[in-house]
Design a protein around this ligand. Structure first.
Ligand SMILES: O=P(O)(O)OC[C@H]1O[C@H](O)[C@H](O)[C@@H](O)[C@@H]1O
Length: 299
């Protein structure tokens, strides 16, 4: 069976290749495992909670309606990264057989009242989120539709918080960001990226912004491309590795040297807010690919 459902999660697998599969928790609609030909592609903390008691540390948590903490009136009462990752989504069903494709939905009725009331000055922003996940032989596609059901407009951020698995972060490069604008969240500074590729030797937390859509960001290990990310309507890319001190301060980050095995590459719309008008739908997607050729688009 290509799609299996339990009370808490959905599993997709390819009928002609059962070793290619992904698992999605209803909690947060979080993809917490994606295996391609039996090789796990996503990093998941050994201490990640999969019981709905807190957002999943690993996989692909979803960030909505705010990225990080924001002190403006409409967002200051929300938790870090909003409430999509800590709400239980509805499974809407399978929409396609081949490739296996499923959808999940979230609306105000699914969100804890206290969390929801932290958003917006009207306190009744009526939204629908539809998440679509499609599993292919060599890639995983996640797409989001955000619908405004109100008769007034409101603002939001969206981000796919991908925790990608690597063998050794010190052998890992992230390419195709040279020459782009970056906001360094640790230095609290904007600058132009001068390095031909992003390397990791300490904690790193940057928002690369307004990256042209044709730019394919690639994660390269010892000269081999391990992940490539294609984006639609997601102009910003957060690159994060917590390294030693930050990992040790995160209770559900295990093992403590797990930062060596992961890099977060997070396509989103976070440097500015999307303003969504009444009745309108905003759509975006990402495709995470394996085994792509090296594409040099900036050096
Ligand atoms: O600990 P969390 O709330 O899941 O956030 C984890 C990380 O998310 C993003 O990558 C941010 O850029 C980081 O500043 C943050 O530390």
């Amino acid at each position: 069976m290509a799609v299996q459902l339990t009370d808490t999660e959905v599993t997709l697998s390819l009928s002609d290749d059962p070793n290619t599969s992904c698992k999605i928790l209803l909690y947060g609609a979080t993809v917490y495992s994606w295996k391609s030909q039996n090789i796990e592609q996503l990093w998941l903390s050994k201490a990640a909670k999969l019981d709905g008691s807190k957002p999943v540390r690993g996989g692909i948590p979803l960030v909505f309606p705010v990225f990080g903490k924001n002190n403006s009136d409409d967002f200051k009462d929300l938790p870090q990264h909003g409430f999509a990752r800590n709400s239980t989504w509805e499974f809407l069903g399978q929409t396609q057989q081949d490739p296996p494709t499923v959808q999940f939905g979230l609306g105000p009725e699914n969100v804890d009242e206290k969390l929801y009331s932290g958003w917006g000055s009207n306190k009744d922003n009526d939204f629908t989120l539809i998440l679509t996940i499609a599993l292919h032989h060599t890639y995983l596609k996640t797409s989001i539709d955000v619908i405004n059901n109100n008769d007034y407009s409101w603002d939001f951020n969206w981000l796919f918080h991908n925790y990608l698995q690597v063998n050794d972060i010190e052998d890992t490069l992230v390419s195709n960001l040279a020459g782009e604008n970056c906001f360094d969240q640790l230095l609290n500074e904007h600058y132009e990226e001068k390095a031909p590729a992003v390397t990791f030797i300490e904690e790193l937390d940057r928002i690369y912004n307004q990256i042209p859509e044709e730019r394919m960001v690639q994660v390269i290990e010892l000269g081999k491309v391990v992940h490539s990310i294609q984006r639609e309507n997601l102009p910003d890319i957060v690159v994060w590795n917590p390294w030693v001190d930050k990992s040790s301060s995160i209770a559900d980050f295990q093992p403590k040297d797990g930062f060596k095995k992961m890099v977060c590459i997070e396509p989103g719309y976070v440097k500015k807010f999307v303003t969504l008008n009444p009745g309108e739908t905003w759509s975006a997607s990402q495709i995470i690919k394996r085994n792509e050729p090296l594409t040099l688009q900036s050096v």
